[in-house]
Design a protein around this ligand. Structure first.
Ligand code: UDP
Length: 238
């Protein structure tokens, strides 16, 4: 970036800079973390790959009338976004058992759920992102009932759109994480954060090969190649 912008926030995967009072620039990093920061590393080209993938998917969602924070991709690693106040909830949308859900119920990873399952976690590094119920969310005042109903409605619609997008390129969308925020300019509830191999479980439809961050979490190797495979199948470049 040529002009020096004020850094507002640095997260594990992105840095947010102030652009105007209503817009920010997000720059994607190559850093990778897992298990609440216990495991740290770097994945070559991850920032550029995730920026390309997330920009493309948010564009699709915008076209499908899902309100999102995404305005446009600016360069290899950056996007222009509407400024939002993030609701401190991680929304987990699941089509198949995997990860923490498989562990909790002792069900083999890859077993199909009878219906799409939505779970919530509190966004809190200190507390290790504990799973919470909708009653917890309302009781703690993390958002109101109307907002929570919209979050669920959007999450299911987003799941339908993303599932078919990935299905068309031979990928099974096993599960993913979403974050929502309230737009500073319009007060509207919008989808925020990113959608990428960092935040989704993406398995090859034929072989079940993992094309996502589980390759980093579980030391499966060929991490960059897996992220690149998703990029290539979506017909994107960095
Ligand atoms: N996820 C994420 N960030 C988190 C926690 C989960 O992006 O802080 C994603 C994860 O990549 C997976 C889905 O949410 O696609 C469900 O994750 P799960 O609860 O199974 O967590 P894990 O097994 O990673 O502990």
């Amino acid at each position: 970036m040529a002009v020096k912008l004020k850094k507002l926030y640095e997260g594990k995967a992105k840095i947010i800079y102030a652009k105007t009072s209503k817009e920010v620039i997000a720059t994607y990093k190559n850093d990778a973390t897992a298990f609440n920061n216990l495991k740290k590393g770097s994945i070559k080209n991850k920032g550029a790959i995730n920026n390309a993938i997330s920009s493309y998917l948010f564009q699709i969602l915008n076209h499908c009338d899902i309100p999102t924070h995404f305005i446009k991709k600016i360069d290899k690693k950056s996007q222009l976004l509407k400024k939002v106040d993030i609701i401190p909830i991680e929304v987990l949308v699941r089509n198949f058992f995997a990860g923490s859900l498989s562990k909790k119920f002792g069900v083999k990873e890859g077993t199909q759920l009878s219906d799409t399952l939505i779970e919530y976690c509190l966004k809190s590094d200190e507390l290790g992102d504990p799973h919470i119920s909708s009653e917890h969310i309302l009781n703690l005042g993390l958002c109101d009932l109307n907002e929570l109903e919209l979050i669920d409605e959007y999450s299911l619609r987003i799941n339908d759109i993303l599932r078919s997008t990935f299905y068309s390129i031979g990928i099974n969308l096993v599960d993913f994480k979403l974050e929502f925020g309230i737009c500073k300019k319009t007060d509207e509830l919008v989808l925020a954060d990113e959608i990428s191999p960092d935040t989704c479980r993406l398995w090859d439809l034929k072989t079940n090969k993992k094309l996502d961050k589980d390759r980093f979490r579980r030391d499966l190797g060929n991490i960059e190649e897996a992220y690149e495979e998703v990029l290539n199948r979506l017909n994107l470049t960095i």
